[in-house]
Design a protein around this ligand. Sequence first.
Ligand code: NDP
Length: 483
Amino acid sequence: MSDINCNFIAGEWVTGDQEIENRNPSDTSDLIGLYAQASRGQLDAALDKAQRAQVAWASYGMERKQAVLNSIGTELMARAEELGRLLSREEGKPLAEGRGEVFRAGQFFTYYAAECLRQLGENADSVRAGVEIDVRREPVGVVAIVSPWNFPTATASWKIAPALCYGNAVIWKPANITPASAVALTEIISRQDIPDGLFSLVMGAGGTLGQQLVEHPSVNAISFTGSVPVGKGIATAAIQNLTKVQMEMGSKNALVVLDDGDLDLAVSVALGGAFGGTGQKCTASSRLIVHGAVHDAFVEKLVAGVQAMKVGHALHDGTQMGPVVSAQQLQENLDYVALGQSEGAELACGGARLDLEHDGFYMSPGVFLNTTNDMRINREEMFAPLAAVIKVDGYDHALATVNDTNFGLTSGIVTRDLARATHFRRNARTGVVTVNLPTAGTDYHVPFGGRGDSSYGSREQGKAAAEFYTTVKTAYIHAGEPL
Ligand code: NDP
């Protein structure tokens, strides 16, 4: 490999027509590296080779596939400190979160390694005497994975691991703003016992290379995580080729704090849910829906907690919240702060640009008070370290407010009342519900996804992933004697 970090296409590391710089959002004087941008011709070559490699991979025995996935997962976990440091350096989340993300990515691979051995079909008798039916899943073919920057290793891994587990080839286009994590994961995958071309990394701009990938007729399925407008564009492109598509997009997740909840727990759940990952999570608790009876006490503790958060360089000890990912994201966040104030919300703290020791994209975590659910800051995904408190007069009002959104990824409630918790669990219109836990933070062995504008297509993770990464075949078998 040269000084330029290359794409991995059809089994080889190759430079592209041009390259981009990758800089550290905690310290923009820190150049992480130069990253090649794949050309259209390279994309075509990757797809061509992937089709043939997929056939070879599908015929590998299940233990051979299991060994490959296990090896990737084990290495990720063993190198979580080193690769987590790289991830935090390019994305900006504190080192503990970067390390945790890489470790979790490893767990996706080891989980799906085991799933390689658990692919059971169904059988049935036919309505015709003497005929048996065998129903089994087969690989869908070549899968295009388009992943975001906010979890550059974990989100990609929860797509790549099941794609490989179920016998598919992968063409991965990561977010262009976090290419180092993509190259690191690809380097691990490239050393495995896989056919050349089974897995290709194509770095490049979403609007050009990404668009070419999702429009390509050789792609059999597309798994995407990112924004709603891009998701809708991908769905439009996919339908032209009748390509299978699965999308996880934005949300406007709500955390309800009831009058019987433990207030300290509520504050810690809100702080973690709203400001973890600098608020740049599709599962972030950006709407805090608080019962009037505890509103003032909750707000006092929340604001104190937010003001105590240490914002700093992602790799420095003691940092609780890193910078936002880019200058553009920072400007959008500050625009939302101004918008909220112009809508009549009161900024209780934070929401301002910070000038720290290093030149980075820093801002203070902010809390809006006196907000209503119809304000744009409560309807649009901000992807920012900003939370808005909405005061409600009881449980029914709280639930109605939670459900009054175009999105529906996660929601949570803090309460000691089992009846209300149960009612909430059953009536919140989101794909994930939490009780006395942050709205962010999910496991790998169970389904993940949402409703409304948050998701489209079948669920990700756990056994649910099989629905997307396979296609069902129904075989009718007759022994050969006369019917
Ligand atoms: P995008 O939706 O633009 O990007 C997500 C991925 O899609 C990236 O790999 C991107 O590539 C790629 N992409 C962009 N345009 C196309 C296209 N036309 N065809 C194919 N692929 C494409 O998100 P952003 O990174 O721009 O973030 C903007 C906002 O999106 C955030 O503020 C947040 O609200 C939301 N978002 C939500 C996420 C979630 O987890 N649900 C994750 C990330 C963002 P490239 O990086 O090269 O543009």
